[in-house]
Design a binder for this molecule. Structure first.
Ligand code: SF4
Length: 242
């Protein structure tokens, strides 16, 4: 019996430079993305565990080049030992390093944590400031971390967090060709209502982690499939392969 080989289904690779929308089509694309992702992830939120702005700032510093899950395993012991800025400002560097070692880059992160805490004590009475200008001058805190703290701990929509997921999805979805995080943020801000900025980051990050993987996007399962210029396959329901 001759067994015919089943032809492999052809799939395109994700285009490196997909179409970028402009004008009214760009606004419409942004609105559709927000609508579909809100529906897909009604519970989207920051996946770092924290109880206040100080803990969120510290956890966000630790999350650089590390998963939120790993950070959440480390922070309970860290915050039990150093519950506030004053305690962390007086901490022994090596002791902090030992507590955060598993998050990687722990020499730099420990220095940033203690430096941030010292600046909070010296300049802000031990409290985390509520403005972008005051936050970005703190050791270890750039615009991304400042946006995380403002948007989540204080409910202030000052900007949009652009991490690796937000950057990748913004390109794939045709929202911008920029590659620099600050330029991506500037491109996204006018496309979405200000009240949505903090949530939008979570929606894109959740989708990037769960579906639009950097190497293997699961386009056939993606709720954005029909509107995504980078979709590699048609949605399964459309091709009858549920
Ligand atoms: S269809 Fe979905 S998973 Fe595929 S590239 Fe677009 S957003 Fe990512």
């Amino acid at each position: 019996m001759v067994v015919k080989a089943v032809p492999k289904k052809k799939t395109k690779k994700v285009a490196k430079r997909p179409k970028v929308f402009t004008g009214a089509a760009l606004k419409k694309q942004a609105a559709n993305i927000e609508r579909l992702l809100r529906k897909a992830y009604p519970d989207a939120k920051c996946e770092l565990d924290y109880r206040n702005a100080f803990e969120l700032a510290a956890a966000t510093i630790l999350s650089a080049q590390c998963t939120d899950k790993r950070v959440n395993m480390v922070t309970p012991a860290l915050f039990a030992r150093y519950p506030n800025a004053a305690a962390l400002a007086a901490a022994d560097l090596h002791e902090v390093e030992d507590l955060i070692k598993s998050t990687g880059f722990y020499h730099n992160k420990a220095r940033s944590l203690i430096g941030m805490a010292m600046a909070l004590v010296t300049n802000h009475g031990g409290e985390v400031p509520r403005t972008m200008d005051d936050l970005v001058v703190l050791p270890g805190i750039g615009r991304k971390t400042a946006n995380v703290v403002l948007g989540n701990a204080f409910g202030l929509n000052e900007g949009i967090v652009v991490d690796t997921h937000v950057a990748r999805l913004s390109t794939r979805l045709g929202l911008t060709r920029e590659t620099d995080p600050v330029k991506i943020e500037r491109a996204l801000m006018p496309l979405f209502p200000r009240t949505s900025w903090a949530l939008l980051s979570h929606l894109l990050i959740w989708h990037g982690r769960r579906v639009c993987d950097a190497k293997k996007p699961r386009c056939a399962e993606c709720v954005l499939n029909r509107i995504c210029p980078s979709a590699t396959t048609q949605k399964r329901v459309e091709s009858g392969k549920k």
